[in-house]
Design a protein around this ligand. Structure first.
Ligand SMILES: *Cc1c(COP(=O)(O)O)cnc(C)c1O
Length: 472
């Protein structure tokens, strides 16, 4: 075997990660530069594997975003814990097909173990089933597919065999602030993005439970309610305990999108944010976000395994089940797939129960530190209660006198300057009609100094933007 490309890849990876703290956080080359470097026709003859690896690494480098590093605060991304990354390298080397017990007994059993650990860690029912999917989008899809199965089964309709055409209508209720990918999941499931009932939210983006009760009382028939643990803007949690009581009373299915927020359940200090979450019917989260496992790695948990399995299983004559083994293909929308359990196993063992709690608590404390640093500066308005790892701010130009258009434009300008500066990276958004800067802290390697350096860079950008506005 030619070892050179593999050793080279390990070396290049280690060098990259060794320098990730010191490189500009955003990409440094333009779209055109990258296209010029990477396009061209495919040659007739193949090239030496080590040359290919070296060339790829060199050509893509200026287009890489240092999201593995400590000062990437855009979206909720997270890096990769060393043990998880190493296990992920092995996962590729082992090249297991995790779809079947027979094609990887190791992957199937590791998934069993990881499932038990996760249910315990997150305080979910020990009897729940677990699916290892690509991300929270597919975790939402899978949880909602299980819900679709169950609410229709209860009124005598088998949706897996008969489909949705001519089926009794299913009412889907979501919070006004549900994540965009939840609507994508509804779209894939034939439940429709726009036929949902949207429940108004409060100033932090939390679903209002009184409004939910009113909507539940007004309707009847099979119903699925989607709540959220962790709003991507504010980090706020829908009042899941109250929502759970309302859905139970009505016999509705409750799905919780906890792509990053569900990890609060692993922390004794933050667990109160998800009080009552164990009463839901399905839960979605990501390991590739806050658990700091490499992409792709999402997780779905379903309280009623029969509904989960009915919605996902693939039947074929050659798919014989090996005795008591858990068949991975029963619980995910894919058949052949990556053995996602190995990296999660490594992440959980390297952190331990306490380490997971500390990771979530540390990031949340760093978010508070960021909010405090920024709020000390003139002209920075904090827009959210920092309850988790999200900070939402906007920037007020000195002479705007409350003019919303001028504040939006100025905030937009500051965000652009921070991105170009490269000390840290974060993105813009629109929150309740206002342009805002979103800061998400979810990387295991972020430290106090990273927050302080980044806050300084943000404040500097806002000072410079103010100076240009005055000069112009
Ligand atoms: C990130 C996110 C998703 C989508 O997760 P992917 O892993 O990107 O598929 C869904 N919901 C929320 C709240 C998120 O933050």
């Amino acid at each position: 075997m030619d070892e050179r490309p593999l050793r080279l890849a390990a070396e290049l990876s280690i060098d990259y990660l060794g320098g990730v703290r010191d490189r500009p956080v955003g990409a440094t080359s333009s779209l055109d530069e990258l296209r010029n470097a990477l396009s061209g026709t495919l040659q007739d003859e193949g090239e030496a594997p080590d040359v290919v690896v070296e060339t790829l690494a060199r050509l893509v480098d200026p287009g890489l975003v240092a999201s593995a590093g400590p000062r990437f605060f855009g979206f909720v991304i997270g890096g990769s814990l060393p043990a998880a990354l190493a296990a992920d390298w092995l996962t590729s080397a082992w090249d297991q097909n995790a779809g079947l017990y027979l094609s990887s007994a190791a992957a199937a059993v590791v998934e069993e173990t990881v499932s038990t650990w996760l249910l315990d860690l997150l305080g979910l029912p020990a009897s729940a089933s677990v699916g290892f999917v690509t991300g929270a989008t597919m975790a939402n899809f899978t949880g909602l597919a299980a819900g679709r199965h169950e609410v229709l089964r209860k009124i005598g309709w088998d949706v897996e065999t008969r489909g949705l055409i001519d089926a009794p209508a299913v009412t889907v209720i979501v919070g006004e602030e549900a994540h965009a990918t939840l609507f994508a999941a509804l779209q894939y499931l034939g439940l429709g993005r726009d036929r949902v009932i949207r429940i108004p939210t409060d100033g932090q983006g939390r679903m209002r439970p009184d409004e939910l009760r009113a909507a539940l009382a007004a309707g009847s028939g099979p119903t699925i309610v989607c709540a959220q643990a962790g709003n991507v803007h504010t980090g706020a949690f829908d009042p899941i305990g109250e929502i759970g009581r309302a859905t139970r009373d009505r016999g509705a299915w409750l799905h919780v999108d906890g792509a990053f927020g569900l990890w609060a359940a692993a922390s004794p200090e933050l667990r109160h944010l998800v009080d009552g979450i164990e009463r839901a019917d399905s839960w979605a989260t990501d390991a590739h976000k806050w658990l700091n496992v490499p992409y792709d790695s999402g997780l779905v948990f379903v309280a009623e395994p029969a509904a989960h399995r009915a919605a996902m299983t693939i039947g074929a004559p050659y798919l014989t089940t090996e005795g008591a083994a858990r068949e991975p293909y029963d619980w995910t929308p894919e058949f052949s797939r990556r053995a996602r359990g190995f990296a999660i196993y490594a992440a959980l063992r390297s952190l331990g129960r306490r380490g997971v709690a500390e990771l979530v608590e540390r990031c949340s404390l760093l978010a508070l530190r960021m909010a405090e640093r920024l709020a000390e500066a003139p002209g920075v308005e904090l827009l959210n209660d920092v309850v988790l790892n999200q900070v939402l701010v906007r920037f007020l130009p000195a002479d705007a006198a409350g003019d919303p258009g001028a504040i939006d434009a100025f905030t937009h300008e500051v965000i652009g300057r921070v991105q170009a500066d490269g000390t840290c990276w974060l993105g813009g958004t629109t929150w309740q009609g206002m342009t805002a800067m979103r800061i998400s802290i979810s990387n295991w390697s972020t430290e106090d100094v990273d927050i302080d350096r980044s806050a300084e860079a943000i404040i500097r950008a806002s000072r410079e933007a103010a100076a240009t506005v005055r000069a112009g």
